[in-house]
Ligand binder design. Sequence first.
Ligand code: SF4
Ligand code: SF4
Ligand code: SF4
Length: 327
Amino acid sequence: MINRLLQKINRVDIRKFRFWIQLLFFIVFVYGGYLAIDLGREIPVFSCGYNRETGGVCYFMPLQHQLARPWDRLFSMASIGVLGAFLTFLLWFVVFNKAWCGYACPLGTMQDWITAIRKRLRIPYSSYSESDYKFLKKIKYIFLLIVILFPLLIGAGLLDGEWRAAFCKMCPGRLITPLFVGDFSQWSIDFSSNTAIFLTTFGIAFSALFIVGSFVKKRFFCFYCPMSAMHYVFSPFALLKLKKEGDKCTKCGDCYRVCDMQIFDIADDVVSRNILRDDCILCLKCIAACPEEDALHLDIVNMALFRSTKDGFAKRMGLEKDLFDER
Ligand code: SF4
Ligand code: SF4
Ligand code: SF4
């Protein structure tokens, strides 16, 4: 019974499957308020609380406010709620790992839709060179420092309270997700202080860059996303794992060619078993594109849930099985 189910999963058209799951999560997170859905304030993706109709709030907003408490309160029993919120975030994350990015994040989905429009218009996309890629991918860790360190410095009395939730003021999620419920109010500069002017101007520029950048580069913003960096820190505890059997890999590069995040190791590394890298969005396109039996698989607690197979590859690519038998 389980084997038959796994065989069925394995023949799934991952492109269509992703489209529908992404659409479902987009509706939940962007319009959930209209449907009385409330998944809480510890959601491990950019489901922005500035959208008044959101069905669940991005964890970064409460996290920044909670960490900005004065240290004598933060490190006391009074902060048991902060710990509870963190554990809820962790629970959400541990179950799905980075699949939150590939299947649930509204900002990720928007980037995929912008890519689809670009494809329709037949505009070629660009890729980063290897050296640019290595440099740019570090930016997300700087943003993560802003999310965590700035509130802590405020709590210690070393930074002005205006920097509280500094990342939210810069984040494209704050400006772009409310647009989908007709709210344009976030697209304005706050002139109340120099800090507010700087942060809100940065937010507008970053959001404009999000839209333009996503048009020329697949998942443009995800390379810089601090949530992705935070995910990676906790991914060793996650139940879903992306695994590779190096001895079955021929380094054909098919997986790398379909990877929106330019993860070279997915094709090149034949040593690591755990092949999930910090930029991975667990979209599973690499597994679907791999023609080698079991070379790549998605495991849940050591059971292969979705794996690369010749049959599956042939079905997904619309080819006949005989083609592979003849190779
Ligand atoms: S990496 Fe992309 S998909 Fe993941 S949380 Fe960030 S914006 Fe969303
Ligand atoms: S502004 Fe960005 S980081 Fe802040 S809650 Fe909204 S999506 Fe999350
Ligand atoms: S490595 Fe695979 S699962 Fe990760 S982003 Fe690339 S194609 Fe998607």
